[in-house]
Design a binder for this molecule. Structure first.
Ligand code: PEP
Length: 249
């Protein structure tokens, strides 16, 4: 269960959240509870991460270092003990022109430095309404995973995030979400011709909240959630994580 705080929370608010969730999350052998926070608070959060909590970044540059003003490098993340990184979130694709090629470069780089990439894919409303969802997902997944071998592919987490459901309060139905996550899983399985592809973790993201989390997580192809708005309140994040475990075990 990965929370994506986006550009929210001051340092004090971030620390308050971490203290509040610390002792209330499921054990790590049952669930990876991940908070993806703004870069400026990552150092503070990793220092305080308990045994049950992992800290992730929301983006990174694909280069190790250099003249890229304002960017955060993968080595900065690993040297700060961050373990996950969101790549290709639709907001980054939309507002910062992040292309499929960049998403692929960042995914390869993340794997090479030992970060677990959470790669986001998903269709627009227009694409869904014109029956292009699966073509779009196939294209995005293939491009994101280009030149990644079968050993590494199982380390990638893919988040199915229909753009029309992000931050809109409009959730995909659990059947729509399950169908798309199953499609992604099947595609990776086919691309790599291995059963191990079933080990790929596929998350659903798009207005997941404490009311719908159980229904979504009960679906066989949905391994977890990538959650924006509802991950901002400690109490809700605790519920999301514990409810996911309750329906999965
Ligand atoms: C997200 O930021 O990835 C997301 C799914 O946001 P929300 O849960 O607010 O729709």
């Amino acid at each position: 269960m990965a929370g994506n705080w986006k550009m929210n929370k001051t340092r004090d608010e971030a620390l308050q959240f971490i203290y509040a969730v610390a002792d209330n999350l499921p054990s790590i052998d049952k669930l990876d509870s991940i908070v993806c926070a703004p870069a400026i608070v990552l150092r503070d959060l990793v220092k305080r991460q308990g045994a049950n909590l992992r800290i992730g970044a929301q983006n990174m540059n694909e280069n190790d270092s250099g003249a890229y003003t304002g960017e955060i490098s993968p080595l900065m993340l690993t040297s700060t003990n961050v373990t996950y990184v969101i790549i290709g979130h639709s907001e980054r694709r939309q507002y910062y022109n992040e292309t499929d090629v960049k998403v692929n470069e960042k995914t390869i780089k993340a794997l090479s430095v030992g970060l677990t990439p959470i790669v986001c894919v998903g269709e627009t409303l227009e694409e869904r309404e014109t029956n292009k969802t699966f073509d779009v997902l196939e294209s995005q997944v293939k491009k994101a995973l280009a030149n990644i071998d079968s050993n590494d592919v199982t380390k990638v987490i893919i988040a199915y995030e229909p753009i029309w459901a992000i931050g809109t309060g409009k959730t995909a139905t659990s059947d729509q979400a399950d169908e798309a996550c199953g499609f992604i899983r099947g595609l990776v399985q086919k691309l790599y011709s291995l059963n191990e592809a079933s080990k790929i973790r596929v998350l659903y993201g798009g207005s997941v909240n404490v009311k719908n989390v159980k229904e979504l997580m009960a679906k066989p192809n949905i391994d977890g959630g990538l959650v924006g708005g509802a991950s901002l309140k400690a109490e809700d994040f605790i519920t999301l994580c514990n409810d996911a475990v309750a329906v999965k075990y």
